[in-house]
Design a protein around this ligand. Structure first.
Ligand code: 4NP
Length: 204
């Protein structure tokens, strides 16, 4: 097999198929496709998907890149409401995040329960209301098991939710970024724990 431990996503697979079109037979392609599904998919959710959850997505992507895990763990974000669908993140959040080295590029979208609960392994809400709304959208107990609260992963237990900064000022956004950076550190530790069994022991 050409691709022991090389495949993390479908881009890797497409690249290999392009480079070795003859060497990868149909059977190999099927196995590689399955291997390419390995990895974790995280969905960050807030109310509007223009402040906290795109911030969480960008901070987490930054941490993953530092660890060299950007192709193992895939992040996305969405909002409970679709009011801002198609819009970039709030300019205040983009500005404060950019100052810390995070580029927020995602466009807002609403949660799609019928595909998101299947596609994502962890669906991480920012506050009580997000968690309540996600539980109401869940189709089954298995869906509900995927729902987490961002501050579950906080290392400094100062806040039990990520406060909505929409009607605040620069300080509100700074606080959100402080809390997100801390919670993403904790989330990385959580994923490292899982990684020890899921990736290190994996034999393809
Ligand atoms: P977010 O903040 O949930 O962190 O994206 C909000 C953005 C927009 C609104 C509320 C909260 N809004 O009411 O439009």
């Amino acid at each position: 097999m050409v691709a022991q431990k090389l495949i993390f996503n479908s881009d890797d697979l497409d690249h290999l198929c392009m480079v070795y079109p003859k060497r990868i037979k149909t059977f190999d392609r099927i196995i590689l496709k399955q291997v390419s599904m390995i990895g974790k998919h995280l969905l960050f959710v807030c109310l509007g998907n223009i402040c906290r959850s795109p911030g969480a997505e960008a901070v987490m992507n930054g941490k993953l890149k530092t660890m060299g895990w950007e192709r193992k763990i895939h992040c996305d974000s969405a909002g409970i409401i679709g009011f801002h669908a198609g819009e970039p993140a709030d300019a205040r959040m983009r500005k404060q995040a950019f100052k810390r080295g995070y580029a927020i590029t995602s466009l807002s979208r609403q949660v799609k329960p019928d595909s998101d609960f299947d596609r994502f392994d962890m669906i991480i809400g920012m506050d009580d209301q997000n968690i309540k709304d996600l539980n109401a959208l869940a189709r089954s107990e298995d869906d509900r098991k995927k729902i987490f609260r961002m501050t579950d992963f906080s290392t400094q237990k100062i806040y039990n939710h990520i406060p909505d900064p929409y009607y605040t000022d620069k300080e509100g956004f700074e606080l959100v970024l402080d809390l997100l950076e801390d919670a993403c550190d904790g989330l990385m530790e959580h994923l490292k724990g899982e990684n020890r069994s899921e990736f290190v022991n994996a034999r393809f």
